[in-house]
Write a protein that binds this ligand. Structure first.
Ligand code: PLP
Length: 408
């Protein structure tokens, strides 16, 4: 039998150390260490310190937004934005997103109602939103998946006409624009995540951006237990504060943001040209006329045309120590508690179901360069040149694994 140069077929793995989908961006390490030292010496670690204020000012300037309120993570920022905007009852969200979007509603006993996506954009499909509105609906949360902004205008039109609150989960979209306007300026508020894996990170962190003065005031109170001054609590609140350490990481990252974009864009281009002529394989593109952070390299696999399924390609890559991820499989509606609450949700979500089976995220960011990407593309090309052999090897491996599990 012909030998195929793939780890699933017995060759040595292409990488000795695991290659993750993302690797935290740091920026200038010397400046970061100096800032960390300053924080330690200042003994001002939390409670709206000078670095948090500086981070908020710098980020607001970059986005051109009136208010940028830094927080401890994106999930708490979402929860607070939802509460401050007065959402309750039911809120329409895509199922094809990280589960935090749905959980931030469920956590405060608001029902997430899952809307299908537009297969061309992977974002919530405005044409489906209206079918889901009931007398209990109070809002819509769009998600700018992969940093590609939703159809904001269509969602604003529906929200305005039906009297609904409109928020955006912009966890992926820091530094991205739509029709020349930076994400952060749409809807009543937009929520960012600065988790370690994100394009801009603050170790853990998040923020709400809004141009609504009243809403911003409420959010600031809510993220600090409702304190309006010493000993003066005027609102129910929680602890959503960002620390000074997080803020200095954010400030250092902001200084290098152009570099982060350049690395991601270069990687995206290498993958796009390296896989361009493969049947059944497409890479989610970013609009070159907009600002994008190019954070994700998303491959869509059409099993019929490619000869292998997305899951088979993931197995091929994992055997090589390339830890490609099935974002956001299987969709929130197939996770608990939503799976039990809405066992028939999939009937309304055909595009979500199909896409959740087709999509995988490839390693990018500072973890990879042209050489690693060339190897990853070579592996994918090799697998797709021998689909029948790869498939039969994988099913044999699965059988062996299954027998070993039963025998245990
Ligand atoms: C789409 C989306 N929403 C929300 C979150 C939650 O953000 P965080 O991890 O900062 O709480 C994430 C990522 O983690 C995300 O990808």
């Amino acid at each position: 039998m012909q030998s195929i140069d793939l780890a699933v077929c017995g060759a040595a793995p292409a990488f000795t150390d695991p290659l993750h989908v993302g690797r935290p961006n740091v920026g200038n390490q010397e400046r970061l260490m100096r800032r960390i030292q300053d924080v330690i010496e200042s003994r001002w670690f939390s409670n709206n310190g000078p670095r948090v204020q500086e981070f908020e000012r710098e980020a607001a300037r970059l986005l051109g937004v009136r208010h940028f309120i830094a927080m401890c993570n994106g999930t708490i920022a979402l929860e607070i934005a939802i509460r401050a905007a007065g959402l309750r009852g039911e809120v329409i969200v895509p199922s094809f997103t990280f589960v935090a979007t749905a959980h931030s509603l469920q956590w405060q006993e608001i029902t997430p109602v899952f809307c299908d996506i537009d297969p061309a954009t992977h974002n919530i499909d405005p044409a489906q939103v209206e079918n889901l509105i009931t007398p209990r609906t109070t809002g819509i949360i769009g998600v700018h998946l992969w940093g590609r902004p939703c159809n904001v205008a269509a969602l604003e039109e529906i929200a305005g006409r039906r009297g609904l609150g409109l928020l955006f989960d912009a966890a992926h979209a820091f530094g991205c624009s739509r029709q020349g306007t930076m994400v952060g300026n749409f809807g009543r508020a937009e929520v960012f995540s600065f988790h370690a894996t994100k394009f801009l990170n603050t170790f853990e962190g998040g923020a709400v951006a809004t141009n609504d003065d009243e809403l911003a005031k409420r959010i600031r109170l809510m993220k600090n237990f409702g304190f309006a001054g010493y000993d003066n609590v005027i609102y129910p609140g929680t602890n959503g504060k960002m620390t000074e350490m997080s803020a200095v990481m954010g400030l250092t990252g902001l200084e290098s943001i152009d570099e982060f974009v350049a690395t991601n864009r270069r990687n995206h281009q290498h993958y796009s040209s390296g896989l361009a002529d493969l049947n059944g394989i497409a890479i989610a593109a970013y609009d070159p006329s907009e600002k994008s952070n190019y954070q994700y390299v998303i491959l869509e696999v059409d099993e019929q045309a490619a000869g292998l399924s997305r899951d088979e390609l993931v197995s091929v890559l994992h055997a090589e120590n390339i830890l490609a991820r099935r974002y956001f499989f299987p969709g929130c509606h197939r996770m608990e508690p939503y799976r039990s609450h809405f066992p028939n949700a999939h009937l309304m979500l055909p595009n979500t179901t199909a896409l959740a089976r087709r999509v995988l995220a490839l390693p990018t960011g500072s973890a990879v360069g042209a050489d690693e990407i060339a190897v990853i593309c070579r592996i994918l090309r090799t697998a797709l040149r021998h689909p029948a052999a790869v498939r039969s090897t994988l099913s044999r491996l699965e059988e062996v694994e299954c027998r070993a599990t039963v025998g245990r």
